[in-house]
Design a protein around this ligand. Structure first.
Ligand SMILES: NC(=O)c1ccc[n+]([C@@H]2O[C@H](COP(=O)([O-])OP(=O)(O)OC[C@H]3O[C@@H](n4cnc5c(N)ncnc54)[C@H](O)[C@@H]3O)[C@@H](O)[C@H]2O)c1
Ligand SMILES: [Zn+2]
Length: 364
């Protein structure tokens, strides 16, 4: 398996995704981007990831660069605020960071999205590198240039498209990740198979034991294949004017549940429920067979994700919440259904009744 992918932007090579066992080898790759050792570096991380990986990375960087600082937030979605980005700006100003300097995101999607947004806006843009450490961030959020923070009660309401200079993935970091967070990332992995690659879906079903045991070579294949799928989609449609919406499979109802559950469920758990619901509608429309639908539920369950909504949420309120999703076009929700396993399509005619029946199928 190759250990590198190149992401194109507007048909030109934009950044590499590098896969390596050793986290600290990221330093050698950063030195190719920032040759001048007087370049200042700020490692952005959270307290939990920091505990495992920050000191070693800071030391390895400080061996090569004169000025390395760190900026830590408390872990979790609650930290994804403008206030915390403001604190980052202050830190950068006090340490005289200028346009030539570099931010590194060491952590999951929260850290990655915030570092990217900080990098996009500080001095109208400085370089940043993604070092994703959750499965979700390795296969999804670190690729594609979406950055941002939550605002008021809205997820990712304020943000920018801004590309990293490098994405460096060390699958070994997943060995410290909790099983729940690992399962959450599997939600996106299952999605990748379902929307675009049936043979990948077959493969993950066949290798479920090794994946769940976090067997490293198996994880490496999984991360590589998922990154490649995400790369292809964002390359074809970087600003989400068409096919990038396929990545939203499971997210229309998933996001609605996530919001109404007050974030008591993890993102991947909500996406799993959303995929079950979208699968149900696809089956009702005759786009996939009953056997295919059952298989989707089986695979989701196999990877420790829910197929039933156990929180008591009102189905009508869930449908209502889908209408405040950012992925609206006029009055129509752009709903992604499966036209056969491995093939996503955008539908703008999914009715409230269909959604209600699909949500009922989650509550049976
Ligand atoms: N930019 C995008 O395209 C995009 C796509 C999907 C999701 N997102 C965003 O990503 C965020 C979710 O990302 P996430 O699931 O990575 O959550 P997260 O960043 O909150 O990480 C989850 C938890 O795992 C911990 N953690 C991270 N790496 C660890 C490791 N190696 N070992 C032990 N613990 C570790 C973190 O401290 C945190 O408590 C959301 O804010 C979502 O909006 C962005
Ligand atoms: Zn998602």
């Amino acid at each position: 398996m190759p250990n590198q992918l190149t992401v194109l932007y507007e048909n030109k090579p934009c950044y590499n995704i590098i896969f390596k066992d050793n986290l600290l080898e990221v330093v050698e790759n950063i030195m190719k981007i920032k040759r001048d050792t007087s370049c200042k570096i700020c490692i952005f991380s959270d307290d939990l990831v920091g505990k495992y990986y920050l000191n070693d990375l800071k030391e390895a960087l400080a061996d090569k660069y004169n000025h390395v600082i760190t900026y830590l937030i408390p872990n979790g979605e609650n930290s994804k605020t403008l206030t915390n980005v403001e604190k980052l700006y202050r830190e950068l100003i006090e340490n005289h960071f200028d346009r030539k300097d570099l931010l590194i995101a060491l952590g999951g999607g929260v850290v990655g999205d915030m570092t990217g947004f900080g990098a996009a806006t500080y001095l109208r843009g400085i370089d940043f590198v993604q070092v994703p450490t959750t499965l979700l961030s390795q296969v999804d959020s670190s690729i594609g240039g979406k950055t941002g923070v939550d605002f008021l009660n809205y997820k990712n309401m304020v943000g920018a498209f801004y590309m990293p200079r490098l994405v460096y993935i060390a699958p070994t970091t997943l060995l410290t990740l909790s099983d729940a967070q690992f399962a959450s990332g599997m939600g996106e992995v299952i999605k990748h198979g379902l929307i675009r690659d049936l043979s990948y879906f077959d493969w993950m079903e066949a290798h479920a034991d090794a994946i769940l045991a976090k067997d490293l070579p198996t994880l490496e294949s999984l991360i590589y294949t998922s990154c490649d799928i995400k790369r292809q989609v964002v390359q074809e449609d970087p600003k989400e004017q068409g096919i990038r919406a396929h990545l939203n499979f499971g997210h229309t109802i998933g996001h609605a549940i996530e919001k109404l559950s007050d974030f008591r469920l993890l993102h991947g758990q909500c996406v799993a429920l959303g995929m079950c619901a979208a699968g149900y509608i696809s089956k009702e429309r005759g786009l996939i067979s009953t056997e295919d639908y059952q298989r989707i539920l089986r695979v989701i369950d196999r990877f420790g994700l829910p197929t039933k909504l156990t929180l008591s949420l009102d189905a009508g309120a869930i449908v209502q919440a889908t209408k405040s999703d950012k992925k609206m076009e006029g009055d129509h929700v752009k709903f992604i259904l499966l036209d056969g396993l491995g093939c996503a399509k955008i539908y703008k005619d999914v009715t409230d009744d269909e959604m209600l029946r699909a949500i009922a199928s989650l509550q049976e």
